[in-house]
Design a binder for this molecule. Structure first.
Ligand SMILES: [Zn+2]
Length: 466
């Protein structure tokens, strides 16, 4: 068909749709019904438009000559017009394309798909993007399936949404894995932006319910790391409760079911890509948990450690209750006094007081539960406060205008939990990992979600079959 004929054909189709919508055929319809009819007609025309465009593309001409990227010799056209039907955002689009092989290099090629950036198998990139978006913003794959139907006229089962989202997540994880491997092998990271004044790294863990048969093994930890650049906002004399801290600018995330050790590498790479090395000040904020403390010591030794203020205060509450009885006036007084001391950075006095209290209470004995007063006091006096002492220089942090909370990581844990947590959600570890990778990509504020899809739709080249 010539270009002219194709145009005439398309115009005929348009007129046909116009006819269907004409008054005579639709006089009993409401506007709402007409609206839906118009939408559906638009989709049919869009399919036709794409098919017409593909049909007229000279790069799908079976008479064309296509050089093999391996040897430079022309491909042998094995099938002149292989039929493909691809799921797109406007519906199923059918087209013919030559299928080529290089007998020398064992490569196969579909020149038309490659030059247009149509994935070798499966749906169009636009379709995948919409499906993955719905999978991340919905609370479940059932939600996603509904959203796609209602908002985008895309009919896809929850099960298939899951398959598509998990495949894409797996692809993201693989790319990330390769980047981490290169980084571990010493390939330097690139950062070309303006060096940030402050770069803040923070991490926290959440909980995901798995399909594990044993009840005690069912809940597993998901790990979320966040990196953000920030502008310091000094408030040296801010009273307790009125300090705002640095203004976070752009937040980006890594999220995984892998262990903290692997997470550490991923987070360090993320930080370097965000300008960690060039930053004027490097901070690491966390809640003082041992695993994250070890991660920091190994991967972020240059960063100043800041202990999340609300967590430190929570520990003081537990100590006050352990020493003076839950909810008592004495507990309240002790808490207020020591929280003021903490705000003023007098950590030695707190540790001293705690050690005295712990000694008075006596050492924990074997039968004591984790929350028994003796154990709480002992743990805080001899481990939590001494181990996290470096991170409690709050007056200094306020004077510099640094953040004193790990709210960004905790906020992300909560946000991601909307997707992965819930009594009705049971994951296998890989599936949770894949959806977390999608969540991290989507919620990162530096535009990487759109970059990813743009990259996904780029032209590709001939492949070597497995
Ligand atoms: Zn070749």
């Amino acid at each position: 068909m010539s270009e002219e004929d194709r145009r005439a054909d398309y115009v005929t189709k348009c007129l046909g749709e116009y006819q269907t919508m004409g008054y005579e055929n639709t006089k009993n319809k409401t506007f709402a019904e007409l609206e839906q009819m118009a939408l559906e007609a638009g989709l049919r025309l869009a399919v036709k438009l794409l098919e017409t465009r593909l049909e007229g593309d000279p790069r799908g001409d079976p008479e064309g000559s296509y050089p093999c990227p391996g040897c430079g010799k022309p491909f042998r056209i094995q099938e002149r017009a292989q039929v493909r039907e691809i799921q797109t955002v406007v519906g199923k689009v059918g087209y013919n394309r030559p299928y080529a092989v290089c007998d020398r290099c064992q490569k196969t090629s579909v020149p038309l798909d490659e030059v247009l950036g149509i994935p070798p198998t499966g749906s169009s990139v636009g379709y995948l993007q919409k499906t993955c978006h719905a999978s991340v913003v919905g609370r479940s794959f059932e939600d996603a399936s509904q959203v796609l139907l209602v908002q985008a006229e895309i009919s896809v089962s929850p099960k298939h949404v899951r398959t598509l989202a998990e495949n894409e997540g797996s692809r993201i994880i693989q790319q990330r894995g390769e980047a981490v491997k290169a980084f571990q092998n010493g390939v330097p990271t690139k950062f070309s932006g303006k060096p940030p004044e402050l770069i803040v790294v923070t991490a926290d863990g959440g909980r995901v319910q798995t399909r594990h048969k044993t009840k005690t093994e069912r809940w597993k930890e998901d790990k979320i790391g966040a990196v953000y650049d920030a502008v310091p906002a000094p408030q040296p004399n801010a009273p307790r409760g009125e300090y705002e801290g640095a203004h976070a600018l752009t937040k980006t995330y890594v999220a995984t079911m892998d262990d903290w050790e692997k997470m550490g590498w991923s987070l360090r790479l993320e930080a370097e890509c965000r300008g960690y090395l060039a930053a004027r000040e490097k901070l690491f904020v966390s809640d003082g948990a041992r695993v994250i403390r070890e991660l920091r010591a190994y991967h972020f030794p240059e960063a100043t450690f800041i202990l999340d203020w609300p967590h430190a205060v929570e520990h003081l509450t537990a100590c006050a209750n352990a020493a003076h009885g839950e909810g008592s006036a004495a507990a309240r007084r002790w808490f207020e006094k020591h929280t003021d001391l903490l705000w003023d950075g007098k950590v030695d006095r707190i540790i001293n007081d705690l050690q005295t209290l712990s000694e008075q209470a006596g050492p924990p004995s074997e039968g004591d539960s984790d929350r028994s007063p003796r154990r709480v006091l002992h743990r805080n006096a001899f481990s939590y406060f001494p181990n996290n002492r470096d991170g409690m220089k709050y007056p200094e942090f306020r004077a510099k205008g640094w953040p004193i909370g790990s709210g960004v990581a905790e906020g992300a844990v909560k946000q991601f939990a909307l997707r992965v947590k819930g009594s009705e959600k049971f994951w296998n570890i890989d599936g949770a990992n894949e959806i977390l990778a999608l969540c991290a990509l989507y919620h990162s504020e530096d535009g990487r979600w759109l970059d990813y899809w743009q990259q996904r739709g780029r032209p590709h080249s001939a492949s070597t079959p497995p």
